[in-house]
Design a protein around this ligand. Structure first.
Ligand code: CA
Ligand code: ZN
Length: 320
């Protein structure tokens, strides 16, 4: 308990909305997980608004257990498990599932890796693993204590068509590996199929923008969530409010493509929500907004265009 209090003191941002517990939180255990997001046998059916505690496996499903572990010992058909799917009663295509992340509790050990052919510098590494102990608001790497930044790597719903492997991000969410998906944040996911079919996993105790080695500090853990439905709210891709910024999370074959998409979605949003014209909206984005990279190492790359909450408020736009 002390660990998470310590982590909270350092990292808890202002929560966009005060956490509200909708009755007793239902616990969903990590044994019930899938390797792709889509329509499959649900582990639970819930009625929103509701509160859940979801246990998650790490992205290796526990396969990395020691420093210097050979990659050959990893079974890559068992990576990126997402706990779920959770059916949300009443969710229909065109609705939005609002996920308020009230708490993220990583366990006391994290694992990370490099792999030749993967990551941002695929030809510079031989491939290695490290185990990092986590305690009192920090983790230890190479004998140095560094700050935690707990976040959710994989969170999404069933896409419109075929199931998508949990390692791949998209408009349905999935492996977005975005540091703003953290405690206190509100993530809105577009609903593509009746029931939504939410799944999540791949917690990181720490990660930077890009996730350049190919992993964050991968941990088992659990997440407290509040779910609610916004009927007919309709979104083109996940929309994140992390307490400081509002951003559209877009994924594409290239970083350029992902930035282009997320920038376009923010522009559409400003045109819809303010009286700015197309030129003015892009000027405001250029002056105050940020094209940020989420990750550059997954099968599709993820970027976000972020506007400060304070700037949006000055133009009459409030996202709660
Ligand atoms: Ca990930
Ligand atoms: Zn991960």
């Amino acid at each position: 308990e002390r660990l998470f209090e310590a982590a909270g003191r350092i990292f808890r941002r202002r929560s966009p909305l005060p956490g509200r517990l909708w009755g007793e939180a239902m616990r969903i255990t990590r044994e019930s997980h899938v390797y792709s997001l889509g329509v499959s046998e649900p582990v639970a059916t819930v009625t929103a608004p509701c509160s859940l505690t979801v246990e998650t496996c790490d992205c290796f499903n526990g396969q990395v257990t020691e420093d210097g572990q050979p990659k050959a010992r990893l079974n890559f058909s068992h990576v990126n498990p997402a706990t779920g799917p959770i059916v949300v009663e009443g969710a229909e295509p065109g609705d939005v599932l609002r996920v308020h992340i009230r708490a993220i509790r990583p366990e006391k050990t994290g694992a990370l890796m490099t792999a030749p052919g993967a990551g941002a510098l695929p030809d510079r590494v031989k491939g290695d693993t490290r185990i990092c102990p986590i305690a009192d608001g920090h983790f230890t790497f190479m004998g140095v204590e560094l700050p935690l930044n707990p976040m959710i790597g994989v969170i999404g719903v069933a896409p419109a068509g075929e199931s998508v492997p949990c390692g791949t991000p998209g408009d349905h969410g999935g492996n977005m590996d975005t540091i703003g998906i953290r405690e206190g944040a509100i993530l809105r996911l577009p609903v593509f199929v009746k029931g939504a079919y939410l799944g999540l996993g791949d917690l990181h105790a720490a990660m930077g923008d890009g996730e350049v080695s190919v992993t964050g500090l991968e941990v088992f853990g659990e997440v407290d969530l509040d779910l609610s439905l916004e009927k007919g709210a309709s979104l083109p891709c996940p929309l994140l409010h992390d307490g400081d910024e509002v951003s559209f999370l877009a994924s594409a074959e290239t970083v350029d493509g992902a930035i282009h998409a997320s920038t376009g979605y923010m522009h559409d949003f400003l045109l819809a929500k303010t009286s700015l014209n197309a030129d003015e909206a892009l000027m405001l984005m250029s002056l105050c907004g940020h094209a940020r990279i989420s990750q550059i190492v997954d099968p599709l790359k993820t970027a976000r265009f972020a506007m400060p909450v304070s700037v949006l408020a000055k133009f009459g736009v409030v996202v709660e």
